[in-house]
Write a protein that binds this ligand. Structure first.
Ligand code: DGL
Length: 310
């Protein structure tokens, strides 16, 4: 049986408006200020919005589906504007606001920014503006790394944007100041995954070149700080060796989301499997095929939308 979406926040006029990208205000997240004023009972059956620059966020969606099979997802992949990893903070915030507005038209009850780069650049802004709970992937990954390390030496691999933002070192050091964090941007890995070269000697060679530098720093924990990288897990594992713990923030993010939904009384306690819908800004069929190869179930449809209109 399919869930019927209940209408939420029909008259909600908060959140970033189109053409009115307001400057961010420091303080409490907007949705926390509104907590209690919303009808949580009716929102429980609403979907969770998940977005990424493209297909990488499907690794996060996969974990959410595994851990919360009764939840419905609305996934948006910005396939027309990928990669985010080489773009400026202003651009990523503008894109993320458009996606937020799109997801809100789908009456989502919470949003997961399933992209490290967008989490690094836009989470703070969006959480001040959002009228629903919103989380990114960085905090979960950082916390898992701090818990995993024995020798206090953590490696981070990610896009240039994520590495340049220094969000992982800052978040990790805020959790545990005496930890050393060694970062390495790996810009070629996203295109290799997008090209489907996840099991290829060329990809192995490039991973080796990237990670050798941090391997020599005797890290015992490596955060796969880009949503595409868990798709390269076996190659990264082979190259790093068994003694290094690999942290996949997707897994931890799904745990954090479940806790958040539970604490906000938004966790779906239904007995039916959640239905999911997929939207992209380009190449809908290619996305659908890719998504079908990653997710536990065949994706029947992905719909192309004009994200600039939001
Ligand atoms: N999803 C992005 C991230 O996790 C990687 C792809 C991109 O550069 O857009 O950072």
């Amino acid at each position: 049986m399919a869930f019927k979406y209940k209408s939420i926040e029909e008259n909600d006029t908060s959140g970033p408006k189109k053409g009115e990208d307001k400057p961010q205000v420091k303080g409490r997240a907007n949705w926390q200020n509104k907590a209690g004023s919303l009808d949580t009972e009716s929102r429980r059956d609403s979907p969770i919005g998940v977005f990424d620059s493209g297909v990488g966020g499907l690794t996060v969606a996969r974990e959410i589906i595994r851990q919360m099979p009764y939840e419905k997802l609305v996934y948006f992949g910005d396939t027309a504007r990928v990669p985010y990893g080489s773009k400026s903070k202003d651009t990523i915030i503008r894109y993320s606001r458009q996606i937020y507005r799109f997801l809100m038209t789908k009456k989502v009850k919470a949003i997961v920014i399933a992209c490290n780069t967008a989490s690094a650049y836009a989470l703070e802004t969006l959480s001040l503006e959002s009228s629903v709970p919103i989380i990114g992937v960085i905090h979960s990954g950082a916390r898992a790394a701090v818990e995993a390390t024995q020798n206090g030496r953590i490696g981070i691999i990610g896009t240039s944007g994520t590495v340049d933002s220094r969000i992982y070192p800052k978040t990790i050091k805020a959790l545990k100041p005496d930890v050393e964090v060694i970062q390495k941007a790996c810009p070629l890995l996203v295109p290799l995954v997008e090209e489907g070269l996840t099991h290829d000697s060329v990809t192995d060679e490039i991973i080796s070149r990237y990670v050798n530098e941090i391997k020599q720093k005797y890290i015992d924990t490596l955060v796969m700080g880009c949503t595409h990288y868990p798709l390269l897990r076996s190659a990264i594992r082979r190259i790093m060796g068994d003694e290094v713990t690999l942290v996949n923030p997707a897994y931890e993010t799904a745990i954090e989301l479940r806790e958040l939904l539970r604490s906000e009384k938004l966790l779906c306690d239904g007995q039916n499997e959640g239905g999911h819908s997929f939207y992209v800004s380009d190449l809908a069929e290619r996305f659908r095929d890719f998504a079908s190869s990653i997710l536990p179930k065949e994706v029947e449809e992905s719909i192309k939308i004009q994200i600039e209109e939001y």
